[in-house]
Write a protein that binds this ligand. Structure first.
Ligand SMILES: [Zn+2]
Length: 64
């Protein structure tokens, strides 16, 4: 029983590490340009790279 818990926690930690690595890749690829990286609309807010979450999701899907 204790072994199973250990294995589950190990697995979870591995997943989290992979997620963090993926997130880092996405951030380095996404450079602030003043325009939405997905639809090209101008963005006034400095440092923001997409209009909203759906644009970011689209970009992430296409960008890979
Ligand atoms: Zn957009």
């Amino acid at each position: 029983m204790a072994d199973e818990i250990d294995r589950a926690q190990e697995y979870e930690a591995t997943l989290r590490e992979a997620e963090i690595r993926n997130a880092a890749t996405v951030t380095t690829k996404a450079v602030y340009t003043g325009f939405c990286l997905s639809c090209g609309q101008p963005i006034a807010e400095h440092g923001r790279r997409w209009c909203d979450a759906s644009c970011r999701d689209d970009w992430e899907r296409i960008g890979k």
